[in-house]
Design a protein around this ligand. Structure first.
Ligand SMILES: *[C@@H]1O[C@H](CO)[C@@H](O)[C@H](O)[C@H]1NC(C)=O
Ligand SMILES: *[C@@H]1O[C@H](CO)[C@@H](O)[C@H](O)[C@H]1NC(C)=O
Ligand SMILES: *[C@@H]1O[C@H](CO)[C@@H](O)[C@H](O)[C@H]1NC(C)=O
Length: 647
């Protein structure tokens, strides 16, 4: 994870000191604590000046300071990981490898084919010296954050940054996430002459001809242009060049007799036997194993190649005992099926003597007295209706409502501990650090104001606030373990695996059931197609800013290009069956995979949204809609920045 930043000026050279004193610089430093550099490029005769700033979090290969510059004065800032498509040797740094390829590109189309071929998350800024061009963009899913800001002020006409702590002046334009809808080029020479920022857009396009017309329409350009100030324009590249989408298109095939897939939803309780039935079909069993294979490779790529045992003061003979060692990999862990699968697969590839940190966050529940009257019904409303019919879950509810020993025994804590038991049974020789992260209202308020608000922006809903805060505390990894009695524990793992993307692809959310009931399989397929296309703007930029703030890097195995391609290639009926109850029907193929990998109870746990599972959604205000603008984020932002700037 790195923090990258770029400022374009049409008047004077941007003043490094101004930038370095600001709160944004502080945020960028938190993302990339390993090295910090700036570079200024002033082209006086053409009238443009650029400032490049790079903060690096060192993860593999030799530390490569950023910005990097080649012998032709091309300048490159890279916040990404090459997991495939280009060869990066174990001891190489991907920043260097990328710049090397870029330097040898002689045309636009070569640059585009380079970014089409890279697999993995990225956001980049590239200055092509001879052409006086600036290129920038985010990967197809938008797994790395990049924000832009335009201003009529010639001194800071255009800025790009991984994260911004600046709240715009009243009449200023807002910071926005750079759309992950392609990459962009600015011809600096032309723009300097006209004092006008013109963006050339190269969209993503599917390789298959059928999809071309569908994806590229004037609408996209207009939509983008509408969100920008008047003095900025966006045009589709005249050459018609585009990037090739790195994943296979979604299989939209529907069953021939869709009557069979009638939308009556069974309300029985999910059991592992239901998975057995699914697996008894030879074809399906084969698909399940193909999925396991793809996911296993995706996890492997994300947990190997980390600096291990590189401490030169230690020789092999004095290697520390397993329980004293530090984990290199942590997992955002609720004990639900997604995080359980990641844990099992990570266990296959991480050296046995290295612990794995399971980060489990809980927000303090109000005690029963404070919750009088309506409290009980509230919890009931928030839990899935299907689980209410099940006696075990009613029992859980009773625990939640009253007989609690600790106000932190939230649903995700309970399933997390149960998940830990399953993992210990699967691999008793591994040290599993189950990190109990207990957060009080006071701490939530304090950290939201000091850190989280600026990271969430420009997103601003109640849901963004809940998830942003929950993920921030979880990935910070400060809590307690119970391996030898309750002890304070801080996770030092720089890589954080998250299950993001599983629900979007495999119909995990309740809105999928709503859609299916109303519009059948066709509606469901349409919904799933739409979900992946908006995951960048809904989730991933935000999560990257949040997790990166701890100098850690989020990695998303369910969004690996090969995993997505495999799932996209399957017809809907091989992946999910929403006529089956919750706990089976959604993410059906994933549940079958979990069962094949030896998981038991967790394989049939119904999906529970994070904000409810960790109880953050109940802590402050019960009467808000997830999509409402969050007042706690708004009122704090100006105040917060005022404080940071005074420091
Ligand atoms: C990695 O970065 C270092 C430092 O910038 C550089 O010396 C080295 O050649 C790079 N490795 C590769 C393979 O590019
Ligand atoms: C954290 O919460 C758990 C309940 O889930 C409780 O058992 C534990 O004692 C708490 N730890 C601290 C330090 O509050
Ligand atoms: C979509 O699924 C159907 C049914 O399995 C299959 O016949 C077809 O080849 C798939 N299409 C693609 C593009 O993968």
């Amino acid at each position: 994870m790195c923090g990258i930043c770029y400022i374009l000026s049409f008047s004077v050279c941007p003043r490094v000191d101004d930038v370095l004193k600001g709160a944004t610089f502080h945020c960028l430093t938190r993302r990339g604590p390993s090295s910090s550099h700036q570079l200024i490029k002033s082209v006086n005769d053409l009238g443009y000046h650029c400032l490049f700033l790079g903060q690096v979090l060192h993860l593999r290969g030799p530390l490569t300071p950023q910005p990097t510059e080649d012998k032709n004065s091309n300048i490159f800032l890279w916040n990404g990981e090459v997991f495939g498509g280009l060869h990066v040797g174990n001891m190489d740094n991907d920043t260097r490898v990328m710049l090397c390829h870029l330097s040898s590109c002689n045309s636009e189309s070569e640059i585009l084919s380079l970014f089409s071929s890279v697999q993995g998350p990225w956001a980049f800024i590239y200055y092509q010296a001879t052409e006086h061009c600036l290129w920038f963009g985010r990967d197809f899913f938008g797994r790395r954050s990049l924000l832009w800001h335009f201003s009529s002020d010639l001194e800071k006409a255009f800025c790009l940054t991984s994260v911004s702590a600046l709240v715009p002046e009243p009449n200023d334009y807002l910071w926005q996430e750079v759309p992950a809808s392609g990459i962009f080029r600015i011809d600096l020479k032309t723009c300097a002459a006209s004092k006008h920022v013109l963006l050339t857009w190269y969209p993503w396009k599917y390789a298959t001809a059928d999809y071309i017309t569908k994806d590229i329409s004037q609408d996209n350009v207009d939509e983008m242009a509408n969100a920008l100030p008047k003095f900025v324009s966006v045009v589709r590249s005249e050459t018609g060049l585009s990037l090739i989408v790195p994943v296979a298109p979604l299989n939209r095939t529907l069953p021939i007799s869709s009557a069979e897939h009638h939308c009556t939803v069974s309300t029985t309780t999910a059991t592992a036997e239901d998975l057995q039935i699914f697996l008894s079909d030879g074809h399906r069993k084969k698909l399940v194993h193909q999925l396991i294979d793809a996911l296993d490779k995706a996890v492997k790529k994300r947990v190997v190649c980390l600096p291990r045992c590189t401490d030169p003061s230690r020789t092999l003979t004095q290697a520390p005992k397993s329980s004293e060692r530090r984990a290199n990999v942590a997992i955002l862990f609720s004990g639900g099926i997604d995080s359980m699968l990641l844990a099992v697969l990570a266990d296959h590839h991480i050296p046995l003597e290295e612990p794995i940190d399971l980060l489990n966050v809980a927000f303090m529940m109000k005690s029963k007295n404070q919750q009088t009257g309506s409290g009980k019904t509230h919890i009931r409303q928030k839990l899935p209706s299907a689980s209410l019919s099940c006696p075990e879950h009613s029992q859980t509810l009773d625990i939640l409502n009253g007989a609690l020993h600790s106000p932190f025994n939230v649903p995700d804590r309970i399933t997390g501990r149960a998940g830990l038991k399953e993992l210990e049974a699967i691999n008793p020789s591994r040290t599993w650090n189950f990190v109990e992260i207990n957060i009080t209202l006071e701490e939530l308020k304090e950290m939201r104001q000091q850190h989280i608000t600026v990271l969430v922006q420009p997103l601003d809903t109640v849901l963004d606030d809940s998830i942003g805060c929950a993920v921030w505390f979880a990935s910070r990894g400060i809590g307690f373990t119970n391996n030898n009695g309750e002890q304070p524990f801080t996770s030092m793992a720089k890589v954080v695996l998250t299950g993001m993307g599983a629900d979007e692809q495999l119909a995990g959310y309740s809105r999928h059931r709503v859609r299916f009931k109303a519009h059948g399989l066709e509606g469901l397929v349409e919904e799933l197609g739409m979900e992946l296309s908006r995951i960048s703007s809904r989730n991933l930029g935000r999560d990257d800013r949040i997790i990166g703030d701890h100098g850690k890097e989020a990695r998303f195995p369910f969004l690996d290009e090969d995993v997505v391609s495999f799932l996209n290639s399957l017809p809907i009926w091989d992946k999910v069956d929403l006529t089956q109850p919750r706990g089976i029907g959604e993410k059906l193929i994933l549940r079958a995979a979990a069962k094949e990998l030896g998981l038991t109870a967790s394989a049939v746990l119904p999906k529970r949204a994070m904000q409810f599972g960790c109880r953050i959604a109940k802590l402050e205000n019960n009467n808000e809609k997830a999509s409402d603008k969050c007042k706690r984020l708004q009122s704090l932002s100006t105040q917060n920045v005022a404080i940071s700037l005074q420091e």
